[in-house]
Design a binder for this molecule. Structure first.
Ligand SMILES: [Zn+2]
Length: 500
């Protein structure tokens, strides 16, 4: 059964790798974090970002469970290994978090901005974090993505030039000084990151932290969002996620003080999960015969496996883009990872919680923070777990899936089921993936049909094609709407969940 999932991931790849299907493959509404737990989510997200920047980590997933009064249970799964000293460092971060908030009563500045004098415990938290994580923050952001800072400065320069020539008629336009300030902060950040391999001196670290926070604040203005536009704005903010997470953990939020109080007066129990459990190679034969043999007799679906292979050959084999960490052997039609891979950390974490029986599944919401955007397969996995393990109206596992790029599998490591996933979850996941594949093939077929129509229009007459094109568009949209209403991908509005 687990290898069925490998095969389905391969069959879905030509469609999921295309960014455009993000709107078609929706995450279930039940996966959305509950708004009322805002501060708690912020704390979990922020810890997760710190853990994800630990040297040796690529990513981490974290949850905090508060089912037992007086105890906070923190579960963390790093990826792809448990780095050296990881557990001790996690404990130290938690201790420092508690120390900052215990000590902050009556202190003037609790917001981490360092405008006032930071308390000794805050100072230590900041210094220790950058000493441990500055280099991974730098390395991760110095890749090809670093070019975004050049793009930003070019956009600011263009905007500055434009505002000189046009009268300040719109309120949303930034002032010259706002533009100058943003340009200076961005320049200074990019220069520090590219020039300084390490930050050793206390004062250097504190100055860098302050610079990052000032830049983050400057980037949060509405006009900056317009200037940079998605996805550039998100990418830029992601470069500042470590300082931002740090400031969130240091801040004394005015809202929900009782949540913070519970966090730093409770006893913390910390569990670090080993991601290498159940590591294995991803492997699947990708042929129509193999797929038909495994899935051909599914009752509700009638997928044409020859067509699925046509999509696979046309998109994946032709481009050579088999997905990150996967290799294709054309002579045997075998798709494999060269070595063992581990399950994505959020799935290992959730499997631990449901598989262990030791965790009270009737507790509060089970929000899982993921330092990297959950991928398509992880999202469907969480959904399948919720359907099997949650006794309604019990709390569900929730994860953040609002970013339209969530579905992309081509940038994530090969996806395998976590060890010990029970059969009901595998069956649910298999079913959901078949639904998606069916819908995606339908779309793919329509796109191919439209392309052929366009081509024949072009051949028949040069200028009479527009009207026909529109007709085909409308038809397709209608069919799609109808289709997605029947699917497990729920709509983004507040309609009732069409579950079960
Ligand atoms: Zn994933």
């Amino acid at each position: 059964m687990p290898s069925d999932i490998d095969t389905l991931i391969a069959a879905l790849h030509p469609h999921v790798a295309q960014g455009y299907c993000g709107n078609f493959l929706r995450a279930g509404r039940s996966l959305r974090p509950i708004g009322a737990n805002g501060i708690l989510h912020d704390v979990v997200d922020s810890f997760d970002i710190l853990f994800g920047f630990h040297p040796g980590c690529d990513a981490a997933a974290v949850t905090i469970q508060t089912a037992q009064p007086g105890t906070i249970s923190l579960f963390v799964c790093p990826s792809p290994i448990v780095p050296q000293d990881f557990e001790a460092d996690v404990k130290q971060w938690v201790d420092q978090f508690i120390a900052v908030h215990k000590g902050s009563a009556g202190e003037a500045d609790g917001n981490g901005n360092l405008e006032g004098k930071p308390s000794p415990s805050m100072r230590k938290f900041i210094l220790d974090t950058y000493r441990l994580c500055y280099q991974s923050m730098r390395q991760r952001k110095m890749g090809p993505e670093f070019g975004i800072w050049k793009i930003l400065s070019r956009k600011i320069a263009e905007r500055t030039l434009a505002s000189k020539s046009e009268p300040a008629k719109l309120q949303e336009l930034p002032s010259a000084s706002e533009l100058r300030q943003l340009a200076e902060l961005a320049k200074s950040f990019a220069e520090t990151i590219s020039a300084r391999e390490r930050l050793d001196e206390d004062e250097d670290i504190l100055r860098f932290h302050q610079l990052c926070l000032a830049l983050y604040k400057a980037l949060s203005g509405g006009w900056v969002k317009e200037l940079t536009a998605y996805p550039l704005h998100d990418l830029i903010l992601a470069h500042l996620c470590l300082p931002h997470a740090l400031s969130t953990l240091l801040s004394e939020s005015a809202a929900q003080p009782e949540v913070l109080l519970a966090l730093h007066t409770s006893r913390w129990s910390i569990t670090v999960l080993d991601p290498s459990r159940g590591a294995r190679r991803f492997s699947s034969t990708v042929t129509a015969a193999h797929m038909a043999e495994r899935f051909g007799k599914v009752n509700v679906r009638s997928i044409d496996w020859e067509e699925a292979m046509e999509a696979y050959r046309g998109v994946v084999v032709r481009s050579g883009d088999f997905g990150k960490g996967l290799e294709w052997d054309a002579s045997t039609s075998l798709l494999t990872s060269p070595g063992a891979v581990t399950a994505h950390p959020e799935t290992t974490l959730i499997q631990h919680l449901v598989g262990n029986g030791g965790v009270n599944l009737k507790g509060d919401e089970r929000y899982v923070a993921c330092s990297r955007l959950p991928c398509y397969a992880s999202v469907r996995y969480v959904d399948a777990v919720n359907k099997v393990h949650v006794v309604k109206p019990g709390p569900t596992f929730t994860i953040r899936t609002t970013n339209p790029d969530w579905c992309r599998l081509d940038v994530a490591e090969p996806w395998i089921l976590p060890e010990g996933t029970d059969e009901a979850v595998v069956a649910g996941l298999r079913e959901a993936m078949l639904w998606d594949l069916d819908g995606l093939l339908y779309r793919w077929r329509n796109d191919a049909f439209r392309k052929r129509e366009d081509e024949s229009d072009d051949n028949d007459d040069g200028d009479g094609g527009d009207h026909d094109d529109n007709e085909v568009d409308d038809e397709e949209d209608e069919d799609e709407d109808e289709k997605s209403d029947n699917e497990n991908g729920e709509m983004d509005d507040d309609t009732e969940e069409p579950d079960d």
